[in-house]
Design a protein around this ligand. Structure first.
Ligand code: NAD
Length: 188
């Protein structure tokens, strides 16, 4: 029997319970899954606060409890400033794959045009599990821990990721007025 291998690309900033649901679902339809960590060269910004190694650690810790580690790969892939070559660039970091899973329209278009079978992801409580909203909650000092796997919350705290995010936002946006936190966070 021919083995199928799928590709799931994301920034995973951070890896949340929606991503975890998707990985488990996808592993019901493929033999192996490549989880490609996009924008791997970025860290310490509001959009991409965690570096590639931290994200690999979070994802592996979240998956190892439930899934056979021989069935998935976690591979960091830096961005390239040229969409025309990105698909070949991704493939140059990974074992061969036949199916690409994404809801990101640019990712879908690029892989479709390169001839891959591209399938949409099953959305899981998107109103709740959304990385941008989780980062905003961290910055706002609201409860966020229940939105990510327990191990991920533990790692974020262990590396001081919550504090990092709050500090970055002040630096990124040259923000000093702590009396106006709430209004500011909604502009991010
Ligand atoms: P992301 O971490 O925001 O999301 C990953 C995937 O999970 C997305 O398809 C998203 O729709 C899905 N998802 C999120 N919440 C979900 C939920 N609750 N239920 C189900 N699915 C959910 O990552 P992203 O920004 O889509 O990652 C794309 C990566 O590809 C980026 O790193 C981007 O830079 C990279 N990229 C690079 C180039 C280039 O370098 N030229 C071109 C295209 C894409």
């Amino acid at each position: 029997m021919v083995m199928t291998r799928g590709l799931f690309v994301g920034r995973f900033q951070p890896f949340h319970l929606g991503h975890l649901y998707v990985v488990k679902k996808l592993l019901e339809s493929v033999d192996e899954l490549i989880i490609a960590i996009g924008s791997a060269q970025y860290s310490h910004t509001f959009r991409d606060p965690f570096n590639a190694g931290e994200r690999i650690w979070m994802i592996r810790s979240a998956l190892d409890a439930d899934l056979d580690p021989r069935r998935y790969y976690v591979i960091p892939v830096p961005d390239v400033n040229d969409n025309r070559v990105w698909v070949a660039h991704v493939a140059s970091y990974t074992p061969p794959f036949q199916i690409v899973f994404s809801n990101n329209s640019l990712v879908k278009v690029l892989f479709q045009e390169a001839g891959y079978d591209v399938q949409s992801l099953p959305l899981y409580k998107r109103e709740l599990y959304c990385a941008t909203e989780i980062r905003k909650k961290i910055v706002a000092n609201e409860n966020w821990e229940h939105l990510v796997p327990e191990k991920v919350a533990k790692i974020i705290k262990e590396i001081g990721g919550d504090r990092r995010l709050r500090e970055i936002v002040k630096k990124d946006y040259n923000y000093h007025d702590t009396n106006n936190d709430h209004k500011f966070i909604h502009q991010l």
